[in-house]
Every structure is written in structure tokens, then in C-alpha cells.
Ligand binder design. Structure first.
Ligand code: PLP
Length: 451
């Protein structure tokens, strides 16, 4: 029974990113099964997974093919490490596959178990790279306010979540943050195009202030996900590209959300015409079936760091785990065979976007935006004055999120932005259900707020 599960859960399970005091009162949501884009909870309700778990279940839930591949691998070689020049067939095959999928200048991957570990790895890689290049002063890494790069010390530090920084006295020294390209929330006094250039030039200003000779890298998500699906104005990435071309710093494209088809390309940086020196990956690599992450490394960094003649003293017990590698291979095979990346670009992506953008007409919505299969709605208290936030930021978002769940769909709230990132296998009918449910949810939320 649900209540018994909730009580046991509350007694012993500390949930990530959860207010445990209110959880203990309300009880957690118990999900027991999933298939395609549908979750089933302990009460037998079917709920559309509008977030693909945590932005990761690209191929949908319940793919027996992945479970079978993992089962076969576990029977053959469940675990062995990849330290000290050891390897095994699944990690060899996966590395070759990833090198083929990545842009031509990226041919190497270092493995870990999550996006956070990938960014910890990045942190050490970029500093060590410059050390090997004879420029040990190049240490500062520039990230962006409201960016998200994970929960470890380096991940939290590189990210720009002030609430997270406050817990643990972070960021660690040597990290600098610049503004995010959030036109709706912070830039609407300019046109989007003007603001895109303005926001990008914050990077140039930071480089000038700190000194290029002290900067190791700039890290950014192609689209900030956990920060609220901040889709930058079209002028943003071209201006960043110009700046990076003129300056000798590494560019880290955090592909943990935007990789593996989310934006209709294999990698988000290619969607925006950016050439990354390093790409942290995780989530969609295995569609979340098993935990796996990595850092994809350009030939430039590989030649400078990996082949420098001294080992990189870094690695995890589960780096290149055979069962996880088998899951990743089976997952990538499904993405390729079913043409899911192309589907996001030219079929389900545009289909959903057309309908999603119309939700911008709702009296509660100040802006609707979507790229590929990731989108946001900005809830506002006064549509005539759309950039003015709610008095109590985040409260409307929570009501809308919980109402959505009750209506049969998972939608995430970031402040008062409602976020979706559904599995890439979403059908047209499911997209129609998604939009209809969001519409009903907005109506219900509006009525609650007007009360
Ligand atoms: N980077 C980005 C862009 C993310 O969105 C996330 C997680 O949401 C991470 C890194 C951290 O990944 P993980 O939760 O697997 O550690």
C-alpha cells in the first residue's frame, strides 16, 4: 500500500533536492513501473513523463533490448576496471562509437559515472592541460550564473546556483561567473538580438579583467537546463564563438542535457555551430538505464594532456564499467536505428514546438519557448506587464507543477518557469495529450491563483 511505502521512505530515505520536512508531511510519490513515455505510480495512475526522468530517458522507458544487453554483459564480465592500461570489449566498442558520433576533432573519451563527476574531471583536466603547455598560471574557469554542472565540489562551483554555493562555502577558488543570456528575465529592455551580443560580451569583459594569461576555460551548457531552459538569443553563440576564436582559452560544452539528440543534433554545441575542446556527457548516453558519464576530449587536449608522457592521476572504480558501457551501446543503437536525432529535428520537435508556442497566449504565460525537445513556459502574474515577476517567486510554479502531476503529467518548475524535456520517442498523439494537459493545468493553476 502506498501509505506504508511512504512511511518507510520518510523514515530512512533522504531525497536529493527535496524539502524533507514537507515531504514527511505530504508523503513521496511512489513510481513503480514505466513504459515508453508513461510512468505508473503506486495507485495505478498513468502519468506522462514530460521530463524523461531527469532529462535523460531519450529512448523511453522499458526497453527490453537494453536490459538484455546488460544481462548478457553481466554474465560475461560484470565488472572489471580500466585502470593501469586494462580494457574490455564493451568499453572499446563504446569509445569507437562515441568518437564516430562526435565532431571530427573529438576522438577520445574519459569515463566516469555521472555528469557531476564529468565536470570534476573537466576541472582537473583543463588546469593540468595548461600546466603541461607551460602555462601553469592559466587556472581560472569561467562559468555562468544560474548554470548547472552538478552537485560535487567542482560541479557546484562551476555552476552558478547561489543557493547551492551557500551550502558548503563554495565556489572553490579560481572560478568566476558571468551573467546568463536570459532575455525574458534579465534582458528585455533590449531587443533579443542586442541582448544576445551584450550577454556574450560579458565573457570578453571577464577575460580582459582577469587576464587571458590566467584563464583556463569557459564552461557553458548550450541551453541552460536546470537554470530554467534558458534558450539564448540567436546572436549569443556566434558572438561567443568570435570571442573564443580570438582568445586562447578552452571551451567546455556541457552536453549532459543537450547531448544525444535533445536539440535535434547529436551534440548541443554542433546545433549552435560551436567547436568544443571538451564535452562532459552523461544522462542520454545510457538514457539513464545505468549510471555513466564521461568527458569527450578534442585532439588538441588529448595531445597536450593525455599523450604528455605522464599519467593523469585521475579515475574512478567504475570508469568505463562494462555493464554501463553495454547499456550505452544498446541505447545508442536504438537512437541510431530509430532515427531519433533526426526525428527531433524534423518531425516531433517542430510538431510539438508549434503547439507549445501557442500556449504563450494563455493569460498566465508571459513567454513560451522551445528548441529541439526542451521547452519552458514563463508564468507571470500580469500578462500586460509580463516581465514583472510574482511577489513570492516560485509559489505559482509549485502549484502548477503539482497540478500537472494530478492531471497526469510530470512538468518541472524552476522558479515560475514550467519546464518540459520529454523522451525523444514521444508520438504525435502523446504530444497532443501533453499540450492538452498543460493547457488544462494552466487553467486550473490560474483559477487557484485567482482565488
Ligand atoms: N551538467 C548538466 C548540464 C546537468 O544538467 C547535470 C544534471 O542535471 C549535471 C551536469 C550533473 O549530472 P549528474 O546529476 O549526473 O551528476
Amino acid at each position: 500500500p502506498t501509505k506504508a511505502l511512504q512511511d518507510l521512505d520518510a523514515a530512512h530515505h533522504w531525497h536529493p533536492f527535496s524539502d524533507m520536512k514537507s515531504l514527511n508531511k505530504e508523503g513521496s510519490r511512489v513510481i513503480i513501473r514505466a513504459d515508453g513515455v508513461w510512468l505508473t505510480d503506486s495507485e495505478g495512475n498513468r502519468i506522462l513523463d514530460g521530463m524523461a526522468g531527469l532529462w535523460c530517458v531519450q529512448v523511453g522507458h522499458g526497453r527490453k533490448e537494453i536490459a538484455d544487453a546488460v544481462y548478457r554483459q553481466m554474465n560475461e564480465l560484470a565488472y572489471y576496471n580500466t585502470f593501469f592500461k586494462t580494457t574490455h570489449p564493451p568499453v572499446i566498442a563504446l569509445s569507437e562509437k562515441l568518437a564516430k558520433l562526435a565532431p571530427d576533432h573529438i576522438n577520445t573519451v574519459f569515463y566516469c559515472s555521472s555528469g557531476s563527476e564529468a565536470n570534476d574531471t573537466v576541472f582537473r583536466m583543463v588546469r593540468t592541460y595548461w600546466d603541461k603547455m607551460g602555462k601553469p598560471d592559466k587556472k581560472v574557469i569561467i562559468g555562468r550564473w544560474n548554470g548547472y554542472h552538478g552537485s560535487t565540489l567542482a560541479g557546484t562551483s562551476l555552476g552558478g546556483m547561489k543557493g547551492m554555493h551557500a551550502q558548503g562555502d563554495l565556489p572553490v577558488p579560481g572560478v568566476h561567473h558571468i551573467d546568463q543570456p536570459y532575455w525574458f528575465g534579465e534582458g528585455h529592455e533590449m531587443s533579443p538580438d542586442e541582448f544576445g551580443v551584450h550577454a556574450a560580451r560579458k565573457l570578453e569583459q571577464a577575460i580582459d579583467e582577469i587576464g587571458e594569461d590566467k584563464i583556463a576555460a569557459f564552461i557553458a551548457e548550450p541551453i541552460q537546463g536546470a537554470g530554467g531552459v534558458i534558450i539564448p538569443p540567436e546572436t549569443y553563440w556566434p558572438e561567443i564563438r568570435r570571442i573564443l576564436k580570438e582568445r586562447d582559452i578552452l571551451f567546455v560544452s556541457d552536453e549532459v542535457i543537450c547531448g544525444f539528440g535533445r536539440l535535434g543534433e547529436w551534440f548541443g554545441s554542433t546545433h549552435y555551430g560551436m567547436e568544443a575542446d571538451l564535452m562532459p556527457i552523461a544522462k542520454g548516453l545510457t538514457s539513464g538505464y545505468l549510471p555513466m558519464g564521461g568527458v569527450m576530449v578534442s585532439d588538441r587536449v588529448a595531445e597536450g594532456l593525455m599523450l604528455a608522457g605522464e599519467e593523469f592521476y585521475h579515475g574512478y572504480t567504475y570508469s568505463g564499467h562494462p555493464a554501463c558501457a553495454a547499456a550505452a551501446l544498446a541505447n545508442l543503437e536504438i537512437i541510431e536505428r530509430e532515427g531519433l536525432v533526426e526525428r527531433v529535428k524534423s518531425d516531433i520537435g517542430p510538431y510539438l514546438k508549434e503547439r507549445w508556442l501557442k500556449l504563450g497566449d494563455h493569460p498566465l504565460v508571459g513567454e513560451a519557448r522551445m528548441t529541439g525537445l526542451v521547452g519552458a513556459l514563463e508564468l507571470v502574474p500580469d500578462k500586460k506587464n509580463p516581465h514583472k515577476p510574482f511577489r513570492e517567486v516560485g509559489a505559482a510554479g509549485v502549484i502548477c507543477r503539482d497540478t500537472s502531476f494530478g492531471n497526469g503529467m510530470v512538468m518541472r518548475a524552476v522558479r515560475d518557469s514550467m519546464i518540459i524535456s520529454p523522451p525523444l520517442v514521444l508520438t504525435h498523439e502523446e504530444a497532443d495529450f501533453l499540450v492538452a494537459t498543460v493547457e488544462k493545468t494552466l487553467d486550473d493553476t490560474y483559477r487557484t491563483l485567482m482565488r
